[in-house]
Design a protein around this ligand. Structure first.
Ligand code: ATP
Ligand code: MG
Length: 403
């Protein structure tokens, strides 16, 4: 009796000629995500993946760990822990019994009987028992052997799949959700503007979910922002990396640029000027690293810099596409996602963000590009951008829980 995890993927199937490319990427990510857990064997058949363990290697703890890791691999829609046995009815009985017993344990103690049914599928026509036979025989066996069950083919709570294939029979009943989406890297590479706030890590996660591979850029204003605020951003990268495999972090030392802006501009345009500099520097880094878009955590209407006028004036300085995955979400939805992703507690740490400095009492919510350009005329934009890019440090935080 072998332990396997059956992995279903969704949208990948729609990709026509690209399908092998997507499947290979998905396979690579599954291998990467489970590498530390004894390198289980992964192969593809019948339009899904099977993750296999040798007997003895697959104690339930390890199985759960592997499933946990795979639940962070984009492209996977569902996962079922399964048992594989030779093509033999007695072996199938025992497999079904094990699957159901474990499923009942997961459901916990209950009053009354749990409704179940068997869904037999004989793909291998050499096998002497038909799908209908399997339903009947395995169902009757389970009723005899496992206490606490009753048959209900219309509303089963446990549906035991018995699939008879060429090489073996597979039994499973639980269907755990995967994250969906597309394998990281299958949609290209982009640069995430990552602050220490709640929004941008979630925006990054949504980009990863749609198959982007991300680098991150963070603007850091030491000594106005502390080392702790940089640690916070590194920790955010570590958590994002558990979803993607790795996030390269470019840290831009931004103090000089901020000082120049403070001296040059009218205070109410400070934020707009600062954002435009951020976007220019980010674009420069993106081009150097061959990244094709910028990703931000902007939403509409949250703060002064997130009016359409403001977004327009800020975006005007780059020719790269600027993706804003949060545009359709409410704050409460973003917070829920941050919690699920594992970034919320880190984002909630108190340390200053560089944007919190130099914040005027009355930021302009509808900056006009003429006024902004006039203010920028007092700055040596190119020298500031180039200097900041040159002073950028590159880090590669290890995937894992926050330090
Ligand atoms: P967040 O929660 O992501 O900080 P926010 O709601 O605070 O977003 P803003 O402060 O207007 O919104 O920032 C908008 C976006 O600009 C952020 O989501 C992020 O993508 C980018 N950004 C802001 N500050 C920084 C920074 N210090 N380094 C990198 N990117 C930043
Ligand atoms: Mg912020």
């Amino acid at each position: 009796m072998d332990r396997v995890v059956l992995v279903r993927y969704g949208e990948l199937g729609l990709k026509g000629k690209n399908r092998p490319f997507f499947e290979q990427k998905l396979m690579d990510h599954m291998r990467r995500a489970t590498a530390e857990l004894g390198r289980p064997w992964i192969r593809k058949t019948y339009g899904r993946f099977f993750v296999t363990f040798r007997e003895g290697q697959a104690d339930p703890g390890r199985l759960d760990q592997v499933i946990g890791r795979l639940q962070r691999v984009f492209g996977i829609v569902g996962l079922s822990p399964a048992v594989r046995v030779p093509l033999d009815l007695d072996a199938i009985y025992r497999a079904a019994e094990r699957v159901v017993t474990e499923h009942l344990a997961v459901l916990g103690r209950r009053d009354g009987e749990v409704p179940f049914k068997v869904r037999g599928h004989r793909a291998n026509k050499q096998f002497p028992h038909t799908s209908m036979d399997l339903n009947r025989l395995v169902g009757a066996y389970l009723l005899r052997q496992v206490p606490g069950l009753k048959v209900d083919v219309h509303r089963p709570e446990i549906e035991v799949a018995v699939e008879v294939r060429e090489d073996a029979a597979y039994c499973y009943s639980r269907d755990l959700p995967g994250p969906g989406g597309l394998p990281v890297g299958s949609s290209g590479r982009a640069l995430l503007l990552l602050s220490g706030g709640i929004d941008s890590p979630v925006a990054g996660w949504m980009g990863l979910k749609r198959g982007l591979d991300l680098d991150a850029v963070h603007f850091h204003s030491f000594p106005f922002t502390s080392e702790r605020s940089l640690e916070k951003v590194e920790d955010l990268c570590r958590v994002l990396a558990t979803w993607s495999g790795g996030v390269t972090l470019h840290v831009v030392h931004f103090t000089e640029v901020q000082r120049a802006i403070q001296q040059a501009g009218p205070p109410e345009l400070g934020i707009t000027l600062m954002r435009r500099m951020m976007v220019r520097i980010a674009e420069r880094i993106a081009r150097r690293e061959k990244l094709l878009a910028l990703v931000t955590g902007e939403s509409l209407g949250q703060v002064a810099s997130q009016t359409l006028e403001s977004i327009g004036v800020i975006e005007a300085v780059t020719a790269l596409p600027v993706l804003r995955p949060l545009i359709g979400l409410d704050k409460a939805e973003i917070v829920r996602l941050a919690e699920r992703i594992g970034t919320l507690d880190i984002s909630n740490r108190p340390y200053e963000d560089c944007c919190a400095l130099f914040v005027p009492r009355h930021p302009s919510t509808r900056p006009r590009s003429q006024a902004v350009e006039a203010a920028e005329a007092a700055l040596d934009v190119e020298a500031l951008v180039q200097g900041a890019v040159e002073r950028t440090e590159t880090l590669r935080p290890e995937p894992g829980p926050p330090a």
